[in-house]
Design a protein. Structure first.
Length: 330
């Protein structure tokens, strides 16, 4: 569960990021599998064959040196090996290989060359990879009467197709990633516009109809939003008209009540006059509320921020509560 939660936190949260991830992840996995198959099969086979060819040429040179030990034959062999196999050889009479440990194996090509020389030469040898920067490999073979030095060009042991293949993988991945980003960005834009329009409409702002574009599902959502917006706007207009009519009709009885209350007040006692004054305030409040709603229905009413006396507000609430029989002390 914790691993799943951590993985979920690492995943992108936006639709754009998840869509790009859905497109790019299979591409990366496919290229990783292709690279592994190429590295594990093709490159290994090619390295084995190249190393076997170089080891075979070295073994041939050793056999020719044993059969033709003369100086002239050796010079002829050196020329032939250089011109026909691109191997530069020289024989050091009386030299002995040092007893240093074998060189560190660096990769498949080095492993295959060491195995091929051990199989075909069958005498002690050393491989020096320090010349790879000069694109050559030094091979020293211990013979009974000396050491044979062989300089093999790197192109006979290493193939450049690996680099080309890796560059091709990386380049194609970058191109496809750029195409996926552009494509998904164009697909996500209508969804973002739809979300922004829904947010603005939910806040009561006037939103123009959305132009349906993008995928079919996004077009359907935009069309549905436009129909919903029209229905809600029509409902609000009808409700506003109805309430405006009701509010307008209420003005007549309220005016009649205020007139009757004004005519009745001079005939009341002192206690009843206080109650009549409270009713007068209630009627004034109701009339103010109706006027404010009618102004809102006409589009003229805009609620403005204004200061309020908190003590006066509390006293008014307490006064109304006392009229209803409650015991309130401020």
């Amino acid at each position: 569960m914790r691993s799943a939660a951590r993985l979920k936190r690492l995943l992108p949260r936006t639709l754009f990021g998840r869509s790009v991830l859905i497109i790019v992840m299979p591409l990366i996995l496919l290229q990783a599998v292709a690279l592994q198959i190429f590295y594990g099969t093709h490159w290994e086979v090619v390295s084995r064959r190249l190393a076997a060819a170089v080891a075979g040429d070295v073994a041939l040179a050793i056999e020719l040196l044993r059969r033709y030990p003369g100086v002239e034959e050796q010079q002829w062999l050196v020329q032939q090996m250089l011109s026909r196999t691109e191997l530069a050889i020289r024989f050091e009479d009386g030299e002995i290989l040092p007893a240093d440990p074998p060189d560190v194996i660096e990769g498949p090509a080095e492993t295959e060359l060491r195995a091929a020389l051990a199989e075909r030469v069958r005498v002690p040898f050393r491989i020096d990879w320090s010349g790879r920067a000069e694109r050559e490999v030094q091979i020293r073979v211990q013979l009974p009467d000396g050491v044979l030095h062989v300089e093999a060009p790197a192109k006979r042991l290493f193939t450049g197709t690996v680099t080309v293949f890796v560059l091709w993988l990386i380049g194609s991945a970058l191109i496809l990633f750029a195409v996926a980003v552009l494509f998904m960005n164009n697909q996500v834009k209508p969804i973002r516009r739809l979300a922004a329009a829904a947010e603005a409409f939910g806040k009561g702002q006037d939103v123009a109809p959305i132009k349906p574009e993008g995928a079919d599902e996004v077009r359907l959502a935009a069309a549905s939003f436009n129909r919903m917006r029209e229905r809600i706007a029509r409902f609000l207009a009808q409700r506003t008209e109805m309430l405006a009519g009701v509010s307008h009709d209420l003005r007549t009885p309220i005016t009649r009540m205020r007139l009757g209350l004004a005519m009745l007040t001079p005939r009341l006692g002192e206690e009843d006059r206080a109650e009549a004054a409270a009713l007068e305030r209630d009627l004034a409040e109701m009339e103010a509320m109706i006027e404010a709603y009618l102004a809102f229905a006409r589009g003229e009413g805009a609620e403005q921020v204004q200061p309020a006396d908190l003590a006066e507000l509390i006293e008014e609430v307490a006064r109304k509560a006392r009229r209803n029989g409650a015991v309130v002390t401020v």
